[in-house]
Design a protein around this ligand. Structure first.
Ligand code: PLP
Length: 387
């Protein structure tokens, strides 16, 4: 009888998580200022955060909300997407877009991704268009923007709404256009593990008419903001003009967001330095496919995604286990494709590239709170596993 002996940890160093936020005294001071101000919910600080994002993107409007998922939900509702409608989206993504499409009574239609960038393939998206299609929701995988010129043309040619899920791409460009600035609407995430974080939070940005409608829907359908009613005017009168939801970002959260946003460029530069170190040091490992950055792209490096190919003689899962159990290093997987999740398994899909990438993909730690020693530790661990 053989007995499985747990692998001996090769390190006594503290566990290095896949992600850790970078919060400094600036965020702490801004939150304290908010707590002492007498105004805690969506108000002047949320407005400052919205202005900063709107101006950086050069779009008409922005609305700070409770999560990226809330932003997508409001985007779909504001655009009137509902029963009988279809929204084309990748399956190699987080469940937020498909879930909210279903919540609106519409149907997500999964199209395959490009094998180089793992972004939605414009040709696959085009092939998925039917008379019921109302929108295309692209996702900028890992922080490398999709081919937005192609998606803009496709959407315009077919009269479709174009939504950018820019949860991974807060500071990324392709062909001179910033991620989030080309679609009719873009959504951003400030979830705890994102490029910048407010713990939970999101932003909807883009066309003024749609963001205005989303803002109304995101505060119960009430025709004036809480700040206007109680902060500025001290009047309690209001009207509910449409049955809405409650999705606003509180000022306590926005306080963190304002300060994190100021650090975005530095955070991205730190991520890019880590990615460059991985590029230099892991390139020679057999069967290790490193990320390809296209020409005319400024990558946001939310993820450093590698593929563990058959030539390595290793599976993605054994590499992840060795990193975790022997070397004390956390990794992640992006993603279990949505069509493989229990809620979606009944949908008919043929997504060979998505399946292939999902089986081999591994996300290495890549975040500003890592030290040079942390990066070297991961590189050394990979070389040991490959030895
Ligand atoms: C691509 C993508 N879209 C949307 C989301 C949802 O973000 P949130 O947790 O802010 O709702 C995530 C979160 O991980 C994501 O990775």
């Amino acid at each position: 009888m053989t007995v499985d002996v747990p692998a001996e940890p090769a390190t006594t160093a503290p566990f290095l998580p896949w992600n850790r936020p970078s919060i400094g005294p600036e965020e702490e001071a801004e939150v304290m200022d908010t707590l002492r101000s007498g105004w805690l919910t969506h108000g002047p600080k949320a407005a400052r955060f919205e202005e900063a994002v709107r101006d950086a993107l050069g779009v008409q409007d922005a609305f700070a909300v409770s999560s990226c998922t809330a932003a997508v939900h409001l985007a779909l509702l504001a655009a009137g997407i509902g029963p009988g409608d279809e929204v084309i989206t990748p399956s190699l993504t987080f469940c937020a877009v498909p879930n909210t499409v279903v919540q609106c009574g519409a149907r997500p239609v999964f199209a395959d991704v490009d094998p180089v960038t793992f972004n939605l393939d414009p040709a696959a998206a085009e092939a998925a268009i039917t008379p019921r299609t109302k929108a295309i929701a692209v996702m900028h995988y890992a922080g490398q923007p999709c081919d937005m010129a192609a998606f803009r043309k496709l959407s315009d040619d077919h009269g479709l709404l174009l939504i950018e899920d820019a949860a991974h791409a807060l500071h990324a460009w392709r062909d001179g256009a910033r991620a989030g600035s080309v679609g009719d609407l873009a959504v951003f995430s400030f979830y705890a593990n994102k490029v910048i974080t407010t713990g939970e939070g999101g932003m909807l940005a883009g066309r003024g008419d749609l963001v205005r409608q989303a803002r109304l829907l995101g505060r119960h359908g009430i025709d004036s903001s809480a700040w206007r009613r109680h902060g500025e005017r001290h009047t309690a009168d209001y009207e509910v003009t449409v049955p809405g939801l409650k999705s606003v970002m509180p000022d306590i959260t926005a306080a963190v967001g304002i300060r994190q946003w100021e650090k975005l460029a530095d955070f991205t530069a730190a991520r890019a330095r880590i990615a460059a170190a991985y590029d230099r040091s892991l390139a020679g490992l057999p069967g290790m496919r490193l990320p390809t950055v296209l020409n005319r792209v400024r990558h946001g490096w939310f993820l450093y995604p590698v593929l563990i190919e058959p030539a390595s003689g290793r599976s993605r899962d054994t590499v992840a286990e060795a990193l975790r159990d022997v070397h004390g290093i956390g990794t992640s997987v992006h993603f279990t494709p949505v069509h493989r999740l229990a809620a979606y398994r009944e949908l008919e899909c043929r997504l060979p590239v998505t399946e292939e990438v999902a089986a081999r993909q591994l996300s290495l730690p890549c975040y500003p709170a890592m030290t040079a020693a942390d990066v070297q530790r991961i590189i050394d661990a990979m070389h040991t596993i490959w030895a």
